[in-house]
Design a protein around this ligand. Sequence first.
Ligand code: AHM
Ligand code: MG
Length: 336
Amino acid sequence: HEADAYRTDLMTITRYVLNEQSRNPEARGDLTILLSHIVLGCKFVASAVNKAGLAKLIGLAGETNVQGEEQKKLDVLSNEVFVKALVSSGRTCVLVSEEDEEATFVDPALRGKYCVCFDPLDGSSNIDCGVSIGTIFGIYMIKDKENVTLEDVLQPGKNMVAAGYCMYGSSCTLVLSTGNGVNGFTLDPSLGEFILTHPDIKIPKKGKIYSVNEGNAKNWDEPTAKFVEKCKFPKDGSSPKSLRYIGSMVADVHRTLLYGGVFLYPADKKSPNGKLRVLYEVFPMSFLMEQAGGQSFTGKERALDLVPTKIHERSPIFLGSFEDVEEIKGLYAAQA
Ligand code: AHM
Ligand code: MG
């Protein structure tokens, strides 16, 4: 019985990644080891998020608790856990975190061949009201182990070897691509393991949802304004799209991936490059979208073709169902 097989033949994320790697005769298991350290970071954050209120983990950075101990904010704490887990994996050489202004160059003795760009706790303004938040990561391979530079992470997103996110929501879900489709794993808290629950995720070709912060509408450019107008007042006889916006990228993108539709954080007059960061927000999510059959566009080009020049660079982003993004591309082309 198929359902029974699923219950008893547990495909953990480690088993899945090992299987993937064994198909590449040159692979030596380094990516598996690296990913298992990322998974450890995600489990730590999942557990911290769940007991955040109880453990008084959510206090402001620098605040002291009743014992007079310094309390660390959850995003600062999560960042420390990820950095330490990544360095100790022995498989990384450059780390870029949204929490750290400068990139971290791993001590040569602990160096491996991967670079990891990550946002340890995205959407942290949502923590206090219990809305879903997440970790986002993208992985590059270094060019030359003897000569590691910032150039190793200032590469277009299409060079990423893996990307994913972990959503801390009503359940904890890790969505991963190693360049061969997209798979979703849910944390079974009783086992402490991520189990494959969403094999081979494909985004619907067209969706019924659009997701954007409409409070910025007065500053939008014309193609964005036209697209959103079409979502609300379609002229081809189709039904209007529903608006869903959580304001937490991982949750908004996760819904878009599973239900279809489009998520946008466009440029506006006040922020000509939008808000979201290229290396650890735009690229990993664009990588996943393409791997799931959707697309991702910056308003000028395919998002994964963008070549970043600074580690914390921002870019406008339109991602989701293939046909919906195609429509946005058409509006930008018409304006050009
Ligand atoms: P953060 O890194 O400061 O948490 O900001 C990123 C978040 C994303 O999760 C989300 O998509 C976006 O900011 C929402 O921005 P806005 O509040 O402007 O709509
Ligand atoms: Mg962020």
